[in-house]
Design a binder for this molecule. Structure first.
Ligand SMILES: Cc1cc2nc3c(=O)[nH]c(=O)nc-3n(C[C@H](O)[C@H](O)[C@H](O)COP(=O)(O)OP(=O)(O)OC[C@H]3O[C@@H](n4cnc5c(N)ncnc54)[C@H](O)[C@@H]3O)c2cc1C
Length: 342
């Protein structure tokens, strides 16, 4: 292993905290510098649904997302409480039945990844949905977590391992050691090909509806999902708009999200809207994550809509590069593969 150099991780969102933990677990002295008030706050990670759903994501994502994402469930489960291994349920309104068949074709290359359920099978898993949908796809191996609780627990674990976190600190000129740049969309000042993809979400409280696993509602234009957070609280997400507008949730966003909730169960019409949120997912042109090296700075970025899903694999590969700078992991940016660290 290379000498235990001092490492500063800039950014305490999911990419930065996972990297910090992975490095600290390997014995490096690590300090996280975060300009926000606490773990994940004021970051894109704050608004995530927390679905650990690599196979479902395979509907639209490239093969590396499905493969690398499979590391996430075990990684989180070993480090934080609250990883719910209850699978995901994919539903479509009767008129959108072909969407379900298309989803099954695009995600079902390995046996056992999903099962087709009839109405009885749906009711057995989620009694609240009895009689509401004729068919569903069940992905039994998938999981979910509460991102905010998970980041808080991960930061505690990091500090318990001897890591240091400095909040309310804007990293400017770091003169010593290796710098891991995990600033999310803020790193666009250095990564010209990084773009923001706007996502909007709602938190609603509906004590009369009990759903226990993430539900995805397929729709030709607005596929949306609902993630249970316990005690009647649900995260409803997420719009995906090619815009770098950081403004609050739009009326259209609220309408689309609430319509989806209403299709899932009419009792959501009575839900209390607890929170609205919007932020920019950091993405490269192919929507795949990257490690990029410039001198003594290693960038980890571009986690797009897969922050909690891909951060563990990105952190592992980053730690491997730190241990052996000649190692070139698959997500190391092609353009920068020939450069060596300072
Ligand atoms: C509505 C929505 C729903 C989503 N749902 C999911 C989901 O279900 N599952 C999933 O896996 N992903 C989901 N995502 C995507 C996920 O949130 C992102 O991929 C992830 O948050 C990106 O993490 P990051 O650490 O790269 O960036 P960020 O979370 O933005 O973290 C960057 C951090 O760097 C800090 N920072 C920036 N500049 C500086 C500086 N100069 N000095 C110090 N600190 C700095 C910021 O304050 C911030 O805390 C969702 C995203 C959105 C918007």
């Amino acid at each position: 292993m290379a000498e235990r150099q001092e490492i500063t991780v800039v950014g305490g969102g999911v990419a930065g905290l996972c990297a910090a933990v992975a490095l600290r677990e390997r014995g490096y002295p690590v300090t996280v510098v975060e300009r926000g008030l606490g773990p994940g706050r004021q970051s894109c990670s704050w608004y995530a649904g927390g679905m650990l759903a690599p196979w479902c994501e395979g509907e639209t994502a490239e093969e590396p997302v499905v493969r690398l994402g499979q590391e996430a469930i075990g990684w989180w489960d070993e480090r934080v409480p609250g990883v719910e291994r209850r699978g995901s349920l994919v539903l479509a309104a009767a008129r959108d039945g072909p969407e379900l068949d298309r989803f099954a074709r695009r995600t079902g290359t390995q046996p056992g990844v999903h099962h087709l359920l009839n109405d009885g099978g749906i009711a057995a898993l989620e009694p609240a949905l009895a009689g509401r949908f004729a068919r569903a796809l069940y992905f039994p191996q998938e999981a979910h977590l509460d991102p905010r609780a998970a980041l808080a627990a991960l930061s505690r674990r990091f500090c318990g391992l001897g890591g240091i976190i400095r909040y309310r600190t804007e990293a400017q000129h770091l003169r010593r050691g290796l710098v891991v740049d995990a600033r999310g969309f803020a790193a666009r000042d250095a990564l010209a090909d990084l773009r923001g993809v706007r996502g909007e979400m709602l938190m609603i409280r509906a004590r009369d509806v009990r759903i226990t696993r993430p539900l995805r509602l397929l729709h030709p234009r607005h596929p949306l999902y609902l993630v249970p957070r316990g005690e009647g609280l649900y995260m409803l997400g997420a719009t995906q708009i090619e815009s770098e507008d950081r403004g609050g949730v739009t009326a259209r966003g609220v309408v689309d999200l609430l319509n989806a909730a209403y299709v899932l169960h009419p009792a959501f019409a009575e839900a209390e809207i607890v929170e609205t949120g919007a932020d920019l997912r950091p993405a490269f042109p192919d929507n795949l994550p990257r490690l990029r090296r410039r001198g003594r700075r290693l960038y980890v970025n571009g986690l797009f809509r897969h922050g909690f899903l891909l951060a563990p694999a990105c952190a592992r590969m980053l730690a491997e590069v730190v241990a052996d700078p000649s190692f070139i992991p698959e997500i190391m940016d092609e353009d920068h593969r020939e450069r060596s660290p300072a």
